[in-house]
Ligand binder design. Structure first.
Ligand code: PMP
Length: 373
């Protein structure tokens, strides 16, 4: 199988990651913080090592600011439900994933927030910032946006948006589901208050672990209550991070995979990852442009994600034919209907191919041959 669905989850995983996960399951059998024995302590040590690695990788203030969750979605829900107050105004971009939009829609009903979106498609960084400035109101309390789109390779000027939010007293939440492992992130320098990301995409971990990284002055209310491994008589979750937001047993094997993945990305280097994925994008764009009837969206933004449609074939039928030819893609709306609307894709959406540094130019040729056929 030629795997071009890395924006959904990366595959294959590097041997380093598989080795870490195997070692975790085979050797660190205990539950961190929930056992008076060396296996529990060894697991707790690995978890803390991963907090340290993630904190350094993301530019967080301290390892304790790294909260492990089940997924990006869960991390975003903690940030949004935990930080958005009754009746306030919230801003988001026009290319958000449902992991952002659905909590916001629910907050419109539950907490009567008002919501506005700013435009990113076909806009320069300055135009994006101007649009945000025009939409900021005295009651704007939070801005949430993606760092990089999940349907094309548009990326947002996060550091500039962060500076704007900080200057206006607006909490800044970033969805780094598609940028972690692809683009440099320094949450302190970028003035990000809450950063959500998965282990299983660009960081080459496995499903079951996400990260919510918080700036020291930000403390969302817990979304879920439960055991924390200590302070058992207290009715409330412990006040200090990360335990405040980590109710229940942690996904230790998936955390060990994240530790391996951060190491892998660190040794390969973000610049090399970007070089490889951009080269794949440019080759795919050139091949697709040589075929009649295909349309590429946001073709000027080269990166790990390329979206295309065909004049007469639906996205789902194209993806099905590609699957038969042994090529994995994703068709439809990709949980981002607003982004598809902003890009002007057909009713049934488009086909997404998304690259990892393990893909090759030979595989792009195979895609080209399959599309020609
Ligand atoms: N945001 C974006 C931009 C995404 O691409 C995704 C994954 N498709 C998510 C959030 C949600 O990530 P997860 O499914 O790991 O919770």
């Amino acid at each position: 199988m030629i795997y071009f669905d890395n924006a959904a989850t990366s595959f294959p995983k590097p041997p380093e990651v598989l080795a870490q996960i195997t070692a975790c399951i085979c050797d660190l059998g205990g539950n961190p913080g929930r056992g008076a024995h060396r296996l529990s302590l060894a697991a707790a040590k690995m978890v803390y090592t991963c907090r340290e690695a993630a904190s350094t990788f993301l530019g967080a203030a301290a390892p304790e600011q790294i909260v492990f969750t089940q997924s990006t979605t869960y991390a975003l829900n903690i940030a949004l439900w935990g930080l958005v107050s009754e009746g306030c105004h919230v801003l988001c971009s026009d290319i958000e994933h449902n992991a952002v939009m659905r909590p916001l829609y629910a907050l419109q009903v539950a907490r009567h927030i008002s919501l506005d979106s700013f435009c990113t498609v076909d806009k320069s960084d300055d135009e994006i910032l101007q649009d945000i400035m025009q939409k900021i109101r005295p009651d704007t309390r939070l801005l949430v946006c993606t760092h990089a789109s999940n349907i094309c390779s548009i990326k947002l000027p996060i550091a500039k948006i962060g500076a704007l939010c900080r200057a206006n007293g607006i909490t800044f939440v970033v969805d780094a589901a598609q940028s972690a492992g692809h683009l440099p992130i320094d949450m302190t320098a970028m003035q990000i208050d809450a950063l959500a990301l998965p282990a299983h995409k660009g960081l080459f971990g496995i499903q079951g672990c996400g990260v919510l990284a918080l700036a020291p002055h930000v403390k969302p209310m817990p979304l879920v209550q439960g055991g924390s491994g200590y302070d058992s008589r207290a009715h409330d979750m412990p006040p200090s991070l990360p335990e405040h937001l980590e109710a229940g047993t942690l996904p230790t094997p998936a955390i060990s995979g994240l530790l391996g993945g951060i190491g892998f990305v660190g040794s390969l280097g973000l610049a090399e990852i970007e070089n490889r994925t951009k080269a794949l994008f440019l080759a795919a764009r050139e091949r697709l442009e040589s075929l009649a009837g295909f349309r590429i969206y946001q073709a000027a933004h080269a990166g790990p994600v390329l979206l295309f449609s065909h004049d007469t074939r639906s996205a789902t039928s194209l993806a099905r034919l590609l699957d038969k030819a042994g090529i994995a893609t994703r068709a439809g709306l990709h949980c981002a209907p607003l982004a598809h609307a902003a890009l002007g894709t057909p009713e049934g959406g488009a086909v997404r191919i998304s690259f990892s540094p393990f893909n090759t130019l030979k595989e792009i040729d195979a895609l080209w041959q399959a599309l020609k056929a």
